[in-house]
Unconditional design. Structure first.
Length: 73
């Protein structure tokens, strides 16, 4: 019974973290779009933001995988 409660609490914590990461990813996406529409965009900054977005995407996928149980067919 305690294991079920701990698992549920862990899942809730993962869901909260996922929401935070997704929001940060959207914010970075908006920042990149805004920078790209400037007359002379800072390509180095855009590249850094895109790398950060990719790192966030990797974290999001890893957390989503933790929530989805492995089913062997």
């Amino acid at each position: 019974m305690n294991d079920d409660l701990a698992a549920a609490a862990n899942d809730d914590a993962i869901l909260v973290r996922l929401a935070d990461l997704r929001q940060e990813h959207q914010d970075l996406d908006a920042a990149v779009a805004a920078l790209e529409h400037q007359p002379s965009p800072d390509q180095l900054l855009i590249a850094r933001l895109k790398r950060r977005k990719l790192a966030l995407r990797d974290q999001i996928v890893a957390l989503e995988d933790r929530l989805t149980p492995d089913i062997i067919a």
